[in-house]
Design a protein around this ligand. Structure first.
Ligand SMILES: *Cc1c(COP(=O)(O)O)cnc(C)c1O
Length: 364
């Protein structure tokens, strides 16, 4: 599919745009356009286009409102010092979008169409990609069942769109250690569930634990496995890593309950060059907490596209009815800092892209 505008495109005036780019928050404003396409059982994919960012009119009976048949992706456009625009491993987002669609009985969007939509939006709204330390344009591709029918079934009609907006770093300097609430009560995903799909429902179901964490002064939640609550899985929207005192970098396997993060995969790839031995294996919660206590676990961090790498300062958890705080020996550790630095340097074009992860926005 080709994502083009049927009308001449119009843009926000420069004064408005300059004001927004000076203080964008994390996508507090959406850019002027969006890419979209429709799918139906009879016609397949059709009506691709680039239109003004605008509200839709959807019937109250639309399936997604009732059964949460929805998936999404998150990726960034990076502006390098020479003003060129780049995407980071976007084919991985396209492929994950396909896997998520299959799991939620939504139509599978061809990889090339996903990439064409992302590129078309980045090109038409290129002026919205900010410049500056860790500033980016964050894109949100999504797909949902838009048939106005209350029967429960695989989608007969679906809508795909990509929206986006300028983004300042998710956490101001990205290096403020976060306090994390460990829940052994609530689950994000269970065996055979939708944990490996990037779907809105997983996020909705994580909010209650998130609120409990906020009551204990925590900004995020670390989830454990749903059946025994003995094994560490991931955060609501970020993967989890620990660093041992003998320089092992450990993360649990993406078994079906843990989302296969692109940042996670990139970090595992970069680790050896930074003197760290990557290890993908289950992590027992007891091993983590005991390791923090005896110093064999030195650092821990969370990772994802939005915040890149977030150092974990402290794990807050319940133990025999008491609230315990386990502070990491290094709340902002050397390994965490080195990994973060290496990743953002590649993304923003300051370090060599040894793995060919960057793709220019303009090529097709
Ligand atoms: C999106 C997401 C991540 C991070 O994935 P990236 O590809 O690195 O952005 C991790 N966990 C969950 C649950 C997610 O939804």
């Amino acid at each position: 599919m080709t994502f083009k505008s049927a009308q001449p495109v119009t843009h926000s005036d420069n004064d408005r745009l300059a004001k927004i780019l000076a203080d964008p928050g994390f996508v507090n404003f959406f850019s002027d356009h969006m890419a979209q396409a429709e799918w139906s059982l009879e016609k397949g994919w059709h009506d691709p286009g680039l239109v003004d960012y605008q509200p839709w009119s959807l019937a109250p009976g639309t399936a997604v409102f009732h059964y949460a048949q929805e998936i999404f992706e998150g990726l960034k456009v990076y502006r390098h010092a020479d003003d060129s625009l780049w995407l980071f491993r976007p084919e991985m987002n396209a492929q994950r979008f396909q896997r998520s669609a299959q799991r939620m009985c939504l139509p599978v969007l061809p990889e090339d169409d996903f990439l064409a939509a992302v590129r078309a939006l980045a090109q038409v709204d290129a002026a919205w990609v900010p410049k500056g330390a860790e500033m980016s344009y964050y894109m949100r591709p999504f797909l949902f069942a838009d048939e106005a029918f209350l029967g429960v079934h695989a989608a007969n009609k679906a809508r795909f769109a990509v929206v986006g907006g300028p983004a300042a770093p998710y956490i101001a300097d990205g290096l403020t250690p976060a306090d994390i609430w460990v829940t052994t009560t609530y689950s994000r995903a269970g065996n055979g569930g939708t944990g490996a799909a990037k779907c809105g429902g997983n996020y909705a179901s994580s909010l209650f634990a998130q609120a409990e964490g906020a009551d204990h002064g925590c900004s995020q939640v670390l989830f454990t496995d749903a059946s025994s609550h003995l094994w560490v899985e991931e955060l609501g929207g970020m993967n989890f890593f620990l660093v041992t005192s003998d320089d092992h970098l450990v993360t649990p396997p993406t078994s079906g309950t843990i989302l296969d993060g692109i940042t996670r995969d990139s970090i595992l790839t970069l680790a050896p060059a930074l003197g760290l031995t990557p290890q993908v294996r289950p992590i027992a919660l007891a091993e983590l907490l005991d390791g923090i206590a005896d110093g064999s676990v030195r650092e821990a961090f969370a990772c994802g596209t939005a915040a890149v790498v977030t150092p974990i300062g402290c794990l807050v958890h319940r133990h025999d009815g008491e609230i315990m705080r386990s502070a990491l020996p290094q709340s902002l550790g050397d390994a965490t800092r080195a990994i973060r630095r290496q990743l953002v340097d590649v993304q923003w074009g300051r370090a060599e892209d040894s793995y060919g992860w960057l793709q220019p926005v303009t090529s097709n």
